[in-house]
Ligand binder design. Structure first.
Ligand code: ARG
Length: 618
């Protein structure tokens, strides 16, 4: 049961005259301090202010009429007009008794489940996955799990970048610089090398274009001091003369043109390029899959950009027919109110682009799954693209679908700059996972030397991967965060390790008590709440459903991590103050075992909704 929602319903029915029931309901929240009860209704102040009434008197009136039975007695009026709700101990105990045999831990599935498409991970293939891909992958997976835990229908879609300009670079690299032996040994590494090579060749020209808005000739360089300085900069650390730099810039332009031409040929159905694409793709996908397998991520569909290619011409035609798309400076674009630049759906050279593909994707998703909600878990830098995409899609007739850009910030290194290796490369995701597992292994060796080798390896794996995911998910996703491996696997603090440890400790109590959770659940012993630490833990357990729903509504896994951390802290206090095995009577012992079983199950379910596992011993 969602306790918060039940209370809100009760308060809505008691909204004072002139108040907005929805706002009055929203002002009911969990209390931050147990002094003020378990929940607080703070809506009287606003209503009193608007109606020029005394807030305290208004609160007293609400307290008299609001019917919180059987959850709680009348609320207590405090301060200037707060209403403090204290849940009844009997009611809590009864709820816990029900939860003991409820596999869903109090979640009730909606009568009309939503269909939610989560577009996440979606890397540009043919480059190894790097730390930048971590956030979309981990946040998207968690949101998918949260929504399915709540009983919604979720489609996990990996919108791969498998059709873009990077393939032109690889095709160019392949045709001019391939190393067949290297490709045979490790195809993805060789493709990545070719991609990087193309990029490195193109770079000098890009640098110039960024600064001048155009490439610059040696002639011009001779005349402009600024260009001279730039040439000098490009030559820095090399023995290049001005002539060499000029030659490289000219070459950069040629390479850029050549790679573009390869992309155009691929899109136009060129036989050779298409054959190569078909040959490269399985290797690229296998490399991605290896990372997904390690992270325990299973997309339902991998519908990359290439999948939509055959639909793009019709999309643009349809937009034109409806008068949405118009010609502008040779390109086909859609203007939307409130945007400076138009949404380009066909470039001047006739090519369709990222925007066209995303429109086709919405059309396809609607026709295939008829979704209620589309979530795009993508870097915040694409914010403008999605705003415009949604605006165009709504006018195109898809206004019945809710669409959200689930944006996130950057992963930073200790130096607070985007996380890079020492030689300036972005950090590969695989090596990062290895590093986390190695770091976790240190913690395991230190704390659990008694475990056999095989088990320690397994624990390090679960802890290491959990650490990486949790560090990411426990941030407000919009903020950047600093990647700090040692802190991520620490046994104390807001880490997955701390929560996993609390879970394992509970399992060890069961082993010591020589009973099993199953036996306790079957016995359904009464759960007494005489100790405040016991009660505090019980109330936390009851808050799982409302927390999960809140996290889903806000699209913020960190709401769930905060809750789990709070739960584990409440457990820790309980553990210090309430003996379990040495409880004063067998009945109390069993009641406490029931409470910690519920705690462990909630920790496990919550971590699972984050994509994180647990172990019974660590
Ligand atoms: N491949 C894109 C990138 O790496 C992300 C795609 C996100 N999904 C989408 N439907 N646009 O930037």
């Amino acid at each position: 049961m969602n306790v918060l929602e039940q209370l809100r319903r009760a308060f809505v029915a008691a909204t004072p005259e002139g108040g907005d029931p929805a706002a009055f309901a929203l002002a009911v929240r969990p209390s931050t301090d147990p002094k003020f009860g378990d929940y607080q209704a703070n809506g009287c102040m606003a209503i009193a202010k608007a109606a020029k009434k005394n807030p305290r008197e208004l609160a007293l009136e609400v307290a008299k009429v609001v019917d919180l039975a059987p959850m709680a007695g009348p609320p207590e009026v405090a301060g200037p007009g707060f209403l403090n709700v204290r849940l009844s101990d009997d009611w809590i105990a009864r709820q816990l008794g029900d939860l003991l045999v409820d596999e869903k831990l109090g979640l009730s599935f909606p009568e009309h489940p939503k269909t939610v498409v989560v577009d996440y991970s979606s890397p540009n293939v043919a480059k190894p996955m790097h730390v930048g891909h971590l956030r979309s992958t981990v946040i998207g997976e968690s949101l998918a799990r949260i929504y399915s835990a709540l009983g919604h229908k979720v489609i996990r879609d990996n919108h791969l970048g498998d059709w873009g300009s990077q393939f032109g670079m690889i095709l160019w690299g392949w045709k001019n610089h391939r190393d067949e032996a290297a490709y045979a040994a490790n195809p993805v590494a060789e493709l990545a090398r070719l991609y990087k090579l193309a990029q490195a060749r193109i770079k000098p020209g890009e640098t110039l274009r960024e600064r001048y808005g155009k490439a610059i000739s040696l002639d011009e360089a001779g005349k402009s001091a600024e260009a001279r300085a730039l040439f000098a900069k490009l030559a820095e650390g090399t023995t290049d003369t001005f002539e060499d730099v000029a030659r490289k810039i000219a070459e950069a332009r040629d390479v850029a043109d050549a790679t573009r031409a390869e992309t155009v040929k691929l899109h136009a159905g060129d036989y050779e390029n298409r054959v190569l694409w078909d040959q490269f793709m399985p290797h690229c996908l296998a490399a991605l899959q290896a990372v997904y397998d390690r992270l325990d991520i299973k997309h339902d569909v991998h519908l990359g950009e290439s999948f939509y290619d055959p639909m793009l011409a019709d999309v643009v035609k349809d937009l034109e027919t409806r008068g949405l798309a118009v010609e502008s400076e040779g390109a086909t674009v859609v203007f939307s109110e409130g945007f400076k630049a138009p949404f380009i759906v066909r470039k001047r050279d006739g090519a369709y682009n990222y925007a066209t593909t995303d429109l086709a994707t919405i059309q396809y998703r609607k026709a295939t799954w008829d979704p209620d909600l589309l979530l795009y878990v993508v870097d915040h830098r694409q914010g403008d693209h999605f705003k415009q995409l949604f605006a165009v899609a709504k006018r195109w007739g898809y206004d019945g679908i809710a669409m959200e850009h689930v944006a996130f910030g950057t992963v930073l290194g200790q130096d607070r700059r985007p996380y890079k290796t020492r030689d300036g490369d972005v950090v590969g995701l695989e090596s990062l996972l290895d590093e986390a597992i190695a770091e976790a292994r240190k913690v395991v060796d230190e704390n659990s030397a008694h475990l056999p080798e095989g088990q320690r390896r397994h624990v390090a794996e679960v802890v290491g991967l959990g650490a990486i995911k949790y560090a990411d998910l426990s941030q407000n996703r919009m903020s950047d965060y600093v990647f700090d491996m040692a802190r991520m696997v620490a046994l104390s603090g807001n880490t997955a390790t701390y929560l996993q440890y609390a879970y394992a400790r509970i399992q060890s109590i069961f082993r010591k008590a020589e009973t099993t959770p199953e036996a306790i659940r079957a016995a359904r012993p009464p759960i007494a709440l005489s100790n405040p630490a016991e009660r505090a833990l019980a109330v936390r357990v009851l808050r799982y459903p409302e927390t999960l729903e809140f996290a889903a509504g806000e699209l913020k896994p960190n709401i769930l991590t905060d809750y789990l951390f709070d739960l584990a802290n409440a457990y820790s206090t309980f553990y210090q103050e309430c003996p379990v095995i040495k409880a004063e009577s067998p009945e109390r012992r069993d009641g406490r075992l029931a409470l910690i079983d519920l705690t462990a199950r909630t920790l496990r379910a919550g971590l699972s909704a984050l994509g994180i596992g647990v172990v019974d011993e660590m």
